[in-house]
Design a protein around this ligand. Structure first.
Ligand SMILES: [Zn+2]
Ligand SMILES: [Zn+2]
Length: 369
């Protein structure tokens, strides 16, 4: 059954949000509607909002909810039924390029935000049926949506970790090629930094050291709850020496989004054969690499964004079997009418201690799927 109308928090180019009610047209054979139960706010949302969205749109691309209306062909293509709970990927891939045919949606030109691509949470409300983002009661499931079924019994707050954890698993086990027993450093204890701690622990890392600024103290405390040792910026090598003896690690994740200094720190912490994984865009973005040093120490430098779809399935499985400790991370809930204020706080660096900020579009949202 297609609902008649739904509320949404609409982000405006003037860096404000307003609550609007939208009519919900019936879906066609290839599309559907999701009743959104929770939608995570991530750094991308904050950056889009703080810069001023180019046109009015519903932000939110970490959406979890229940399929409530579904066309015949969509049901067959996605292998879901009305009543199923799913997590969506943000990608809106073309489906026919070489990258899409190989399942690499993040590399499809149509999903590349830096070259005019589109994703859920960025499409304007001017384009029918307007509800293209997770900060809403209902979300349009277009024909090219990428969705993954969720197991029964998973709490919505934990399910919202699906994409950050999938990214972290991809970056840790994929790009970082983490092997059990290796030592890991995570620079930057933000949303993805904490997910990387959980993924590294899940991957069998012997030592995980999470590092951040003095102002990150609350998040470093969460990292400790996830099983990491912690250090303040500048103390990484000294702290690591007490943990690993040589003061070095096999994999360093640079998720600080800072500048060239974090890349230099990361490289200096690597053992021979080590891997530096850079996630997040730096400012300034340029940094120097000493090729001779890379060759002599046989280092790998990888840059990452997003994830392969199979990592979402893996993340959902991890969440379904306990969540690699992420259930211990506090959740900050916000209603649709509080989204603007929360984005203002986050943009000003005055967000809650926890990076897990979840929009609940229904006043009495269920706690478990
Ligand atoms: Zn995101
Ligand atoms: Zn494509």
């Amino acid at each position: 059954m297609t609902p008649a109308t739904g509320l949404a928090s609409v982000a405006l180019p003037s860096r404000r949000t307003e609550l609007r009610e939208f009519a919900i047209p019936p879906c066609d054979a290839d599309t559907g509607w999701l009743r959104v139960e929770a939608s995570g706010i991530c750094g991308t949302d904050v950056a889009l909002y703080a810069k001023g969205v180019p046109e009015a749109c519903v932000l939110g691309h970490h959406a979890v909810g229940e399929v409530v209306a579904l066309g015949d062909r969509a049901a067959r293509r996605w292998g879901v039924h009305p009543g199923d709970h799913v997590v969506l990927e943000e990608y809106l891939p073309c489906g026919h390029c070489a990258q899409c045919r190989a399942g690499r949606y993040r590399l499809c030109p149509d999903t590349d935000l830096w070259r005019g691509g589109r994703r859920l949470g960025t499409v304007g409300v001017a384009e029918a049926p307007s509800l293209w983002g997770g900060n809403a009661q209902y979300l349009h499931l277009p024909a090219n949506a990428v969705l993954h079924r969720l197991p029964a019994g998973l709490s919505t707050a934990l399910a919202v970790w699906a994409l950050p954890l999938a990214n972290a698993l991809d970056w840790t086990l994929g790009a970082g090629a983490l092997q059990p027993g290796e030592d890991v450093v995570v620079l930057g204890p933000g949303y993805h930094g904490l997910a990387a701690v959980a993924a590294a622990r899940h991957g069998g890392a012997a030592t995980v050291l999470a590092c951040g600024l003095a102002s990150d103290r609350a998040r470093l405390r969460i990292a400790r709850d996830l099983g990491a040792a912690t250090a303040e910026t500048g103390q990484e090598a000294a702290t690591l020496r007490g943990l690993t003896g040589d003061g070095l690690a096999d994999v360093v994740f640079d998720l600080a989004g800072g500048d060239a200094a974090s890349v230099a720190t990361g490289l200096a912490l690597l053992r021979p054969g080590g891997r530096l994984v850079i996630g997040g865009i730096k400012s300034p973005a340029a940094f120097e690499l000493d090729a001779a040093d890379l060759v002599r120490r046989v280092l790998t430098v990888r840059a990452v964004r997003g994830r392969a779809p199979e990592r979402v399935a893996q993340a959902v499985a991890v969440l379904g079997s306990g969540g690699a400790g992420l259930a211990a991370v506090p959740t900050a809930h916000v209603g649709l009418d509080g989204v603007g204020e929360m984005l203002d706080r986050l943009a000003a660096g005055q967000g809650p201690d926890t990076p897990h900020v979840v929009v609940r579009p229904w006043p009495d949202g269920e706690e478990t799927l």
